[in-house]
Write a protein that binds this ligand. Structure first.
Ligand code: FE
Ligand code: FE
Ligand code: FE
Length: 196
């Protein structure tokens, strides 16, 4: 039950405050319905994005030259499988079957990453560019999961709140790990540059 409606019912039960007039209750329900639709659409968007990321990460791990960066991508590949599983549990809570809808943002971010990998192949900046592309992905995911978690709270999807928060924490941790690696990756590139 939407939180706002639950609150009105609680007030009427405990304090004898009559629920807002039926018209307002109706308007509230309509508003919640719109938010439910938006939640479902955004869920499809991030489901598509995660599947795209699942397909990209092995290529990124293979392309990375820095051992730490390679390991970070491999670790996140495993996490991404779990994140897709969580999204399927969120679909289950809202009684919908898991389904993706093209996310133009992730398609664009992936395309940028591929361009960098092609352009800087065998060049010192290669891993730095790859890492930057990966961070763009994590940031996109962080906005999506933050939004979905907030809407799940509003809509009272209690299981989904936890699931979405878990994934949000993983995306944040991945981003932080990449930030830590960024300097080491650039330094390794510089070393190789000197040796060349
Ligand atoms: Fe993810
Ligand atoms: Fe999107
Ligand atoms: Fe991620």
């Amino acid at each position: 039950m939407p939180r706002q409606v639950a609150l009105e019912l609680e007030l009427s039960r405990t304090q004898g405050i009559a629920p807002c007039n039926p018209l307002t209750a109706e308007a509230t329900m309509a508003k919640m319905k719109k938010l439910e639709d938006l939640f479902h659409d955004t869920l499809k968007d991030v489901y598509f994005a995660e599947k795209k990321i699942l397909a990209s990460l092995p290529k990124m791990a293979k392309a990375a030259q820095h051992a730490g960066l390679k390991a970070a991508f491999e670790k996140h590949l495993g996490e991404t499988e779990g994140q897709i599983d969580r999204l399927e549990q969120v679909f289950a809570e809202i009684d919908k079957k898991p389904q993706g809808k093209t996310c133009d943002a992730i398609v664009g971010i992936a395309k940028e990453g591929e361009e960098i990998m092609d352009k800087y192949e065998d060049m010192p900046a290669h891993d730095a560019g790859l890492l930057a592309a990966a961070q763009a992905v994590e940031h996109y995911e962080m906005t999506r999961y933050g939004t979905l978690r907030t809407w799940a709270e509003e809509l009272g999807y209690t299981k989904s709140i936890k699931l979405l928060q878990q994934t949000l924490d993983e995306e944040r941790a991945t981003d932080a790990a990449l930030t830590k690696l960024a300097k080491a990756v650039i330094n390794l590139d510089a070393e190789k540059d000197e040796a060349a």
